[in-house]
Design a protein around this ligand. Structure first.
Ligand code: MEV
Length: 433
């Protein structure tokens, strides 16, 4: 049974690794190699990564791929994607190419408002609280000026603060519900600093001029941003859908719309459908140094906003036009956070020609829409396994350290044979006999 350790964070990186090896591993030599082979020989770069988090022991690699040929509002982009799932980048590239020949993606930022809340309890008279809030509100804003002045100079800042009565849901519970414009910053730090300032002033002033106990519970931004919305769309005439895998465009459009309609009304399908969208979204969010957990949480809440979890994408087939679109909340930043710290994030942002947060919202929404298009197109035509298994074949061949010659031969063989793990293993063994 492993022993408790005190002061682990104070150990050096090598000492931490040695403790782990002593405590958990039988083959220490092999485990040490596994961990230390990912250390970067560039000490400065390694130190940078070590300091992103506490108790770093090594680096965890994910592939960074790119999907070229994305035509978005008549501009061409190559989109960076950090992801482990083998078929995602290939699918994005295929969807980009498909729509490149059909007018590309059209996008629009609908709104950019961020939200934060001071949660508090108050046991006194509600009307007195409301009057107190109205009097104190300008002071909450003016006393936050040291935090907000730079953001305000650039055109952002606090948009509004409301007092919200939540006492019908929870005894004595109220909120200061604040809205913000944070421009190119995701805004978490800015918003949380403002909220803590509101909370401090609110509490201080309440103590001197309000009857009843007012207690701050917490001050924190919300990752639910239903008024920070971006839309992306593709459309074409039905006959223009004709391609290598779409022989009958009218039938394809009908079946495709049915698949989207199913995801709109059936939560079991909607979750998987949206997971496919998140394959694209998370990969770009991660590559550009944004917080994919915040994005995930906010998007899934939005998918349930009408009381049932539902599809994030929608499709119409009318007047001979096939139209497919997505509308999602996205709180992203292209300044602050990891964006100026992580060298590969800087690379990804430069690849995207240094987008503003609004532009990045549009690129990310397109990646989600493209990914969903590729998945649903496969699902409603060839089935998903054909493409997946091609990539899976490569993974198995790499596991067996196949040479280039072996790979060529086996890829050829599996063009006409079904890929299963055992079939690939058997084929490699036969080849090596
Ligand atoms: C797999 O990562 C994603 C899909 O399941 C998405 C979908 O079913 O739409 C293929």
């Amino acid at each position: 049974m492993p022993k408790t350790i005190y002061g682990f964070s104070k150990l050096s990186k090598s000492e931490k690794v040695e403790w782990l090896l002593d405590t958990y591993f039988e083959d220490k030599t092999n485990a040490r190699i596994l961990v230390t082979q990912y250390w970067n020989s560039n000490e400065k770069l390694q130190k940078l990564h070590d300091e992103f988090i506490e108790n770093t022991i090594t680096n965890y690699y994910l592939p960074l791929g790119v999907a070229p040929n994305f035509l978005i509002n008549n501009m061409l982009y190559t989109i960076p994607m950090a992801i482990e799932e083998s078929s995602v980048v290939a699918a994005a590239s295929k969807a980009a190419k498909f729509w490149l020949d059909r007018g590309g993606f059209k996008t629009e930022v609908i709104s950019t408002e961020k939200i934060g809340q001071v949660h508090f309890t108050f046991s006194g008279d509600q009307n007195e609280l409301k009057n107190f809030f109205t009097t104190i509100k300008p002071k909450l804003i003016s006393k936050s000026a040291p935090i907000t002045k730079n953001m305000q100079r650039r055109g952002g800042g606090i948009l509004d603060i409301e007092l919200r009565d939540k006492t019908t849901n929870l005894n004595n519970y109220y909120q200061l519900h604040a809205t913000f414009e944070t421009l190119d910053a995701m805004g978490a730090n800015f918003i949380n600093s403002c909220l803590e300032q509101f909370a401090k002033i609110f509490k201080e002033e309440a103590e001197s001029s309000l009857n009843g106990d007012l207690d701050i519970v917490m001050s924190i931004l919300s990752n639910y941003v239903p008024n920070c919305i971006v839309r992306a769309e593709v459309s074409c005439k039905i006959e223009e859908l004709q391609s290598k895998d779409i022989e009958n465009p009218a039938l394809f459009a009908k079946k495709y719309k049915q698949a989207i309609d199913i995801a709109e009304i059936e939560p079991y399908r909607a979750v998987t459908h949206n997971k496919g969208i998140m394959n694209g979204i998370d990969a770009v969010v991660l590559a550009t140094g944004n917080d994919f957990r915040a994005v995930e949480a906010g998007i899934h809440a939005y998918a349930s906003r009408n009381g049932q979890y539902s599809s994030l994408t929608h499709c119409s087939v009318a007047d001979n036009i096939f139209k497919f679109w997505i509308e999602i909340p996205l709180a992203l930043g292209t300044v602050g956070g990891l964006t100026s710290l992580h060298p590969l994030v800087k690379f990804a942002l430069e690849l995207l020609e240094k987008p503003t947060a609004r532009e990045l919202m549009q690129i990310v929404a397109v990646a989600g829409l493209a990914q969903n298009f590729a998945a649903v197109k496969s699902l409603t035509t060839t089935g998903i396994q054909e493409g997946h298994m091609k990539m899976h074949l490569m993974n198995i061949l790499n596991q067996f350290e196949a040479t280039s010659a072996e790979k060529n031969e086996l890829v050829e063989h599996f063009k006409t044979n079904v890929v299963t793990h055992s079939a690939v293993v058997e084929a490699i063994e036969n080849l090596r006999k």
